[in-house]
Design a protein around this ligand. Structure first.
Ligand code: 13P
Length: 253
């Protein structure tokens, strides 16, 4: 893993009311307070960001959002800007999740604009890419990822992308219980890192963290984390319980 700091991130998706989110975050802060040399993030729904930010303040748990809109402000009913997320206490933002691509019309172009907005406001983008089952079966995995990555980061400088985090989430492994095997994950992560090397140079390719996402749980995290190019996990279902998520954070013990 070279010198990349492991990163365990929880995507709570559309789960938890404010009080449920505050409770889970409070339990998590206690359970992971001795975690060292690892970055931890939770991304609750928008409504819970502010109350959860109070709970995690001063702890090793950082706050992330699940989406943003790229304009600073304006008549865009229902949307949230990156500056608003920063003011709510966010350090990270998940961009281009496959559920947003699948159900909400997210494209590589909108993902690119959103990454730009996050960078401008010093939010760290967790940029999601991944192939569908059909694409994997037709051996299109690498070409799909090549396009998603190139279009997503198009137009940014190496300085802009210094803090970028990439999440490889094969769509067929999300919420299905079907995890990619550690060697399948490694094969793709290695491919992504070699792409980064070509586009952004060796320094950034070595420092950008690539997380795996898709049915990560306490029983498979250790094996995934032994892979040289897997730097962490973006976790859905197993992040909703503080106890289960804390086991992922403590995967080394
Ligand atoms: P699951 O861990 O529930 O498969 O979800 C993965 C995911 O989509 C995280 O962003």
């Amino acid at each position: 893993m070279e010198n990349r700091k492991p990163f365990i991130a929880g995507n709570w998706k559309m789960f938890k009311t404010c009080s449920e989110a505050v409770n889970t975050a409070g339990q998590l802060v206690k359970l992971v307070k001795h975690a060292n040399d690892i970055d931890v993030m939770i991304a609750p729904p928008f409504t819970a960001l502010v109350p959860v930010s109070d709970v995690v303040k001063g702890s090793c748990v950082s706050l992330g959002a699940q989406n943003l809109f790229w304009e600073d402000e304006g008549a865009y009913t229902g949307e949230i800007s990156s500056a608003m997320l920063v003011s709510a206490g966010c350090k990270y933002v998940i961009i281009g999740h496959s559920e947003r691509r699948q159900y909400f019309g997210e494209t590589d172009e909108t993902v690119n604009k959103k990454i730009g907005s996050a960078i401008k406001d010093d939010l760290i983008p967790i940029f999601c890419v991944g192939e569908s089952e059909k694409e994997r079966e037709s051996k299109a995995t690498f070409s799909v990822l090549d396009k998603q990555v190139k279009r997503g980061i198009e137009g940014f400088s190496t300085d802009d992308l210094e803090a970028l985090v990439i999440a490889y989430e094969p769509v067929w492994a999300i919420g299905t219980g079907k995890t990619a095997t550690s060697s399948q994950a490694q094969e793709v992560h290695q491919f992504l890192r070699s792409m980064l090397d070509k586009i952004l140079g060796n320094m950034l390719a070595k420092s950008i963290r690539i997380l795996y996402g898709g049915s990560v749980k306490p029983s498979n995290i250790k094996e995934l984390m032994t892979m040289p190019d897997v730097d962490g996990a973006l976790v859905g279902g197993a992040s909703l319980s503080a106890e289960t998520f804390s086991k992922l954070v403590h995967y080394q013990v």
